[in-house]
Ligand binder design. Structure first.
Ligand code: HAM
Length: 414
């Protein structure tokens, strides 16, 4: 990755750190390579991620390992291994880094991609759900990603979901012939995912299917009502989607997804929810948790499609020198200008004026600083505006002020 995408990545990471700091999240850097069973147990053995997408292998010491397909399982493992459940009480982490899923690569779907996520461990409060979602929307707003859609659902407890799944299974059983091959298998192993299938026949078959909300007890209903109330209080715009399910088995109660209309088929830019059973299933205490992860490449695609590439970029200057003496002096001046926060580059190869001007043009620099023997004699430098073609001469001592003011003007214009 380089160029505009790398600039977007840096900006996305910067916005994440700024916003997550405000919420009191601290960074966790978890390993990329983990025991394979960690993910099988956490995500669910029958999920697509575990069944079809995990990069797993047996290493030289005969240990089954996997490249992490997501960040939550590793954070929970580290939380327990470091005894944070005892020392921290409520633990709030964020992470960023590469994840791996063996999928057929296409726009927005990669085998190695990056996630930025947050996890709050040790809380069952519905306010923590709303806070997590608010953190995500503030992050997207800070980045300037407009036009996204946030959908929220409540999946109930595991027990409520089992009852719902049984009803769903008998509903789809009667229209089994209309389902695609994958969904016929899902009917046995992961019936919720039929609700998520993009195949037209399956979408048709799902119309009028039972809804989870009809299987929720009072406690779950109260939890959901409180999350929605707190979201409204925080000024978060969302819609409810009673058919939304998630691809990972650890979710309980609140789930949410953010999609962006500009992204085509792979339109989910972030997703998350509550996973109240996971800490306990890893041998920890009974403690609730909630989090989200956003796909960095997809966020970068949103920024690119909104034409956000050029803004905030420093104004680049290019140094052109003629002859050995000017090269030495030019190098010195460039180093001084860089120390003053100006972005200056130079082509050190012994090119002609024409060759260096061509290099300056390719670099995308708006202004070129020119230095030759005559300028050294007069203690001046020439400054050429590549856009207008005009060229002026400045006393060397004031050139940094001139460049600083050009840089400020350019930023105002952006
Ligand atoms: P997920 O929905 O599997 O959730 O992934 C979160 C985001 O990662 C997606 O919305 C998408 O933007 C991005 N993503 C996933 N797969 C790919 C891919 N192959 N290529 C590019 N981007 C991709 C999780 O991973 C959960 N761990 C989120 C979470 C955190 N839930 C609770 N805490």
């Amino acid at each position: 990755m380089c160029g505009e995408e790398a600039v977007f990545f840096a900006r996305i990471e910067g916005a994440a750190r700024t916003v997550f700091d405000r919420f009191g999240f601290e960074e966790m850097r978890a390993p990329i390579l983990e025991a394979r069973d960690l993910f099988r147990r956490a995500l669910g053995a029958e999920t697509d991620v575990v069944q079809k997408e995990m990069y797993e292998f047996t290493d030289r010491s005969n240990t089954d390992v996997a490249l992490r397909p997501e960040g939550t399982a590793g954070v929970v493992r580290a939380y327990l291994e470091n005894n944070f459940h005892k020392t921290k009480g409520l633990a709030r982490f964020y992470y960023l880094g590469p994840m791996f899923r063996s999928e057929r690569p296409q726009a927005g779907r990669l085998r190695q991609f990056h996630q930025i996520g947050v996890e709050q461990l040790g809380t069952e409060s519905p306010y923590a759900d709303a806070e997590t979602i608010h953190c995500l929307t503030l992050f997207l707003d800070t980045l300037g990603i407009g036009g996204y859609e946030l959908r929220v659902n409540h999946l109930g407890s595991f027990e409520e979901r089992e009852k719902f799944k049984a009803k769903l299974r008998s509903f789809f059983e009667s229209g089994k012939s209309r389902l695609c091959g994958d969904c016929r298998l899902r009917l046995e192993k992961n019936v919720l995912r039929i609700l998520d299938c993009k195949v037209e026949g399956c979408r048709e078959a799902a119309k009028g299917s039972p809804m989870i909300r009809d299987f929720l007890n009072q406690e779950s209903r109260d939890h959901h009502a409180c999350v929605c109330g707190a979201l409204r209080a925080a000024g978060v715009r969302y819609s409810e989607d009673s058919y939304m399910v998630r691809g990972l088995d650890y979710y309980t109660r609140t789930v949410f997804e953010v999609t962006h209309p500009k992204l085509g088929a792979q339109d989910a830019i972030a997703a998350g929810g509550r996973y109240d059973g996971l800490i306990e299933s890893f041998g920890g205490p009974k403690a609730g948790a909630v989090g989200f992860a956003a796909g960095v490449e997809r966020l970068a695609m949103c920024l690119a499609s909104a034409g956000k590439g050029e803004s905030e970029k420093a104004t680049p200057f290019f140094m052109v020198t003629l002859g050995e003496r000017a090269l030495k002096e030019g190098f010195k001046l460039m180093s001084e200008l860089r120390a003053k926060d100006l972005q200056v580059s130079m082509d050190f190869s012994d090119k002609s004026l024409k060759g260096q001007m061509r290099a300056a043009d390719k670099s995308g620099s708006r202004y070129v600083i020119i230095m030759g023997d005559a300028e050294i004699e007069n203690n001046t430098v020439a400054l050429k505006d590549m856009q207008t073609g005009s060229q002026d001469s400045y006393v060397k001592e004031i050139i940094s002020h001139k460049l600083e003011s050009l840089s400020r003007e350019n930023i105002r214009r952006q």
